[in-house]
Ligand binder design. Structure first.
Ligand code: ATP
Ligand code: MG
Length: 594
């Protein structure tokens, strides 16, 4: 997949988002640039000294003292160049590292504000690659690219000027291979950068396969699929080597081709310039200086293509980075800021219909529902009936229209996202445990939590006994770098996390699917008791646990069809009683089988 390359002009426009960084580091940058210029100028002085000494030698005027003087001058220049190189590297490369860090932070903090739909449209692998490769390309362009551009311009123009001052005709003839070198250089560097991209793609493919192999190791082993997985990794590895070889071939071509052209220039100088020296129109020192300048110039000419490439790539990367950094979250923040304590927890859906982007079918149709503050209500319905979709509208994980969903008297789209989300706890079936201690997994950065509260919520979630029996208790590391928790333990830990601040609204969407029904009932009754006076919404597939829940809402194909308590709904003989009976038969069969 190849995007159209932007023109240099467009690239420069993309670079404009870097201007704050350049401005911030303007002093080190200025010092760096001045040192870079000084290095270039000093480099150009060396051939002049050589010229003087050769001319003195040829004229028989040189003696030990003058030669020592020339040698000393060259030494001093070399030392000065060394020192100044150090200064510009720190100044300019330092800036490019700052840009790298700044862009990464800007990107990541922006991504955190984007809606879940953004992450559904952009696969994680893409976002990671963007973060790594694109930021790298920008760093290269703003560091190495900037240096090479200045270097090439100053050295190129100045050495041509010096050559012209020695002999105009000779200069013009020497420059004949120049355009070829520029064209070839550009062609080859372009091929190299395409090759390089492909190598990187192949590498991320390979790492992804290996990662997948390790995370899925249990499944692979349980199915005795090691050879299958090995073959998949081997194939990716083969592709990676193939791309590397293509790149190596292009690179192997670059230097010899360039050397042929530069030596061609040298041959012309020796042959033509030698004759000019013999005829006395230029001095032997001129000839030597000339070849020196030709050498100095070879690199800028070769670098031109490379620089143009670096800058174009950097620009294309910046464009992609801009598309993230300037992306507006689809879900817009509302203006009203509320403290969770000010929210009573009344919820109202007003003729709410919803369909996901790029789909024509409505998933929710005309939902009208009012839940008074403090009520515990359970949503039930067959798989895919829209329960999760309805619940995820409340914290605005969906892009919803105004006038459809209210909390207390507020349209939720008018509330600030932070106030809205701080007022509710949200637990879903797919739990996420951070690689950290049990305590930090519950706290998740929240401070000023009163002593003993963590233990209390773990107790409510029926997991305190298990935690306290661990050797390090609350300080036990869990997740990737700690002990592995079972599915049910993870779910209960996540529930404790949501209970911590006792939010005005608690939503548990299939949050207990991995615990047994006795524990589920226990946790539910704990929560109902502890949250008396606060609104709680749950969904579950185990209808039997809902007997004590005051209100049950039945959904079917995106519509809310029944509303009542367990007894009432059973007596009604509708969908609820059908589901209840089929579940009862299932439970019976299960009991018989065990
Ligand atoms: P379950 O009992 O299995 O949890 P549910 O009642 O929670 O089911 P939802 O998850 O709300 O059902 O899904 C309702 C419908 O919406 C399904 O047909 C599903 O395919 C579709 N759906 C859910 N999420 C998305 C999404 N992000 N994009 C497109 N369609 C979706
Ligand atoms: Mg669901």
């Amino acid at each position: 997949m190849h995007e159209k390359r932007p023109t240099i002009r467009e690239s420069i426009r993309n670079f404009s988002i870097l201007s704050p960084y350049f401005y911030q580091s303007r002093i080190p940058l200025a010092i760096g640039l001045l040192s870079l210029l000084a290095v270039d100028l000093l480099q150009l002085v060396v051939p002049l000294i050589i010229k003087r000494s050769v001319d003195d030698l040829a004229a028989g005027q040189a003696n030990g003292r003058t030669l020592l003087l020339y040698a000393a001058a060259i030494m001093c220049i070399a030392i000065a160049i060394g020192g100044l190189r150090y200064v510009w590297r720190i100044g300019i490369f330092g800036l490019s590292r700052k840009i790298e860090m700044g862009l990464r932070n800007e990107m990541f903090s922006r991504m955190l504000t984007l809606s879940p739909s953004f992450f559904q449209k952009n696969p994680t692998g893409d976002l990671m690659a963007r973060a790594v490769n694109d930021i790298n390309a920008v760093r290269m362009a703003s560091g190495m690219g900037l240096v090479a551009m200045i270097d090439a311009t100053v050295l190129g123009v100045a050495s041509i000027a010096f050559m012209l001052s020695i002999d105009v005709r000779l200069t013009l003839i020497c420059l004949i291979p120049g355009p070829f070198v520029v064209i070839m250089g550009r062609k080859l560097t372009r091929r190299m950068s395409v090759g390089f991209e492909k190598v990187q793609q192949a590498f991320s493919g390979l790492t992804e396969r290996v990662r997948e192999g390790f995370t899925g190791i249990r499944i692979i082993k349980a199915n005795a699929k090691e050879p299958w997985q090995f073959e998949r990794v081997r194939k990716e590895g083969e592709q990676y080597i193939k791309e590397n070889m293509t790149l190596a071939r292009t690179m192997a071509l670059f230097f010899p081709v360039m050397a042929v052209f530069t030596n061609l220039g040298l041959a012309i100088v020796l042959w033509m310039g030698g004759r000019l020296t013999i005829s006395g129109s230029i001095s032997p020192g001129d000839l030597v200086a000339f070849t020196n300048y030709l050498n100095i110039m070879a690199w800028p000419i070769m670098a031109m293509g490379w620089v143009a490439n670096l800058i174009q790539r950097g620009g294309a990367s910046l464009k992609r980075i801009r598309s993230v950094v300037e992306q507006m979250p689809e879900v817009e923040d509302g203006a009203i800021v509320l403290n969770p304590a000010e929210i009573s927890g009344k919820i109202r859906f007003n003729n709410f219909s919803f369909r996901y982007d790029d789909q024509n079918e409505f998933i929710l149709r005309g939902i009208n529902l009012e839940i008074p503050p403090g009520q515990t209500a359970a949503l039930v319905g067959r798989v895919g009936s829209g329960k999760s979709t309805l619940l995820s509208a409340l914290p605005r994980l969906l892009t919803i229209p105004g006038g459809a969903v209210f909390i207390d008297q507020h349209d939720i789209t008018s509330l600030s996202l932070k106030s809205l989300r701080k007022s509710m706890g949200f637990v879903t079936q797919d739990v996420f445990i951070f690689s950290d201690t049990v305590r930090n997994n519950v706290l998740m950065g929240r401070q000023h939590i009163k002593e003993g509260r963590v233990e209390e919520v773990l107790e409510l979630a029926q997991i305190w006994d298990e935690v306290s029996s661990l050797e390090k208790g609350l300080d036990t590391l869990v997740g990737e770098r700690g002990i592995t928790l079972s599915g049910g333990q993870r779910q209960r830990l996540t529930i404790a996390r949501a209970l911590l601040e006792d939010p005005p609204v608690l939503i548990m969407d299939d949050a207990l699917s991995m615990v047994d029904s006795r524990t589920e009932e226990k946790i539910l009754s704990n929560i109902i008791r502890a949250r008396a006076g606060k609104t709680t919404l749950i969904t579950t597939h185990r209808i039997a646990t809902l007997k004590s829940v005051e209100r049950i809402l039945v959904m079917e194909k995106g519509e809310l069809l029944e509303d009542g308590d367990h007894g009432g709904l059973l007596a009604m003989g509708g969908i609820y009683s059908t589901i209840y009976e089929s579940k009862a038969i299932e439970a019976e069969l299960e009991r018989e089988a065990s």
